[in-house]
Design a binder for this molecule. Structure first.
Ligand SMILES: [Fe+2]
Ligand SMILES: [Fe+2]
Length: 246
């Protein structure tokens, strides 16, 4: 694409990573999640993270929400630039929406849909909340389709398309902030109470295995570095720039 200025763009390695992720996601989608989990739980009852500490399902999902939050901040900055007419590298938007599709929608939300939601339904707990969360996942995917369709240099120059793009991104942000906040404070804390400690531990392990399968070893760190690259391209990486001067 044209707008690669200031955006030391997509490396070959990364393209390989994305391609590989896509294939693995397709392969994973064919697996039975509970069958996979049962096999994993039997084979390795306890898995440690790289630093030797266990990662619980809630911590895993919450740090993935951290990725989503950072991507929403990028969306917010893109909207501000679209509205004010300030330029930005369109590749940032393409890649941010691509990460939302691959990491958030095709991975993180699939974990929730395959491992959490059915257990809440079976336990008869937070059933109404789970229903809304699932509807929001589906609406989010429709919005991402539209955002990706409009994430082009020519669409951004077209006033009507630019307005539509900004609106879809605003709707996405508006929906996902309360969505993830509710999951962090209601769904994930309740999850411990509906599964046994052993199952809870083995789920953390299954999530990590899934992440490694889809995104390679150190998959989470790799995605964090992708987000940082996008933040740098938008001039919003330095945390200190957000410190209130008071
Ligand atoms: Fe969710
Ligand atoms: Fe989530």
């Amino acid at each position: 694409m044209k707008d690669k200025v200031n955006f030391d763009s997509v490396s070959e390695a990364r393209r390989g990573f994305i391609k590989q992720s896509g294939m693995l996601i397709a392969a994973a989608a064919m697996m039975q999640p509970f069958g996979l989990l049962a096999a994993t739980a039997q084979a390795k009852p306890e898995k440690k993270a790289e630093d030797g500490k266990e990662i619980s399902p809630a911590e895993d999902l919450m740090r993935e929400h951290g990725i989503l939050s950072r991507l929403l901040l990028i969306y917010e900055e893109v909207i501000a630039r679209l509205n004010s007419g300030r330029e930005f590298p369109v590749e940032v938007l393409v890649d941010a929406a691509g990460l939302i599709r691959r990491f958030v929608e095709d991975y993180h939300e699939k974990l929730e849909e395959n491992y959490l939601f059915p257990r809440f339904k079976k336990a008869g707990k937070l059933v109404d909340l789970v229903k809304v969360l699932l509807q929001q996942h589906q609406a989010g995917r429709r919005l991402t389709d539209r955002i990706r369709g409009l994430a082009t240099a020519s669409a951004i120059k077209n006033p009507a398309k630019k307005r539509r793009l900004a609106r879809y991104m605003s709707l996405f942000i508006r929906m996902y902030r309360p969505h993830k906040a509710r999951e962090d404070t209601a769904l994930f804390p309740a999850f411990r109470s509906i599964v046994s400690p052993k199952e809870y531990a083995s789920l953390g392990e299954a999530f990590e295995d899934q992440e490694e399968k889809l995104f390679g070893k150190g998959g989470f760190e790799h995605v964090v570095s992708e987000v940082e690259r996008l933040e740098k391209a938008m001039g919003m990486y330095e945390l200190s720039q957000f410190t209130a001067s008071i």
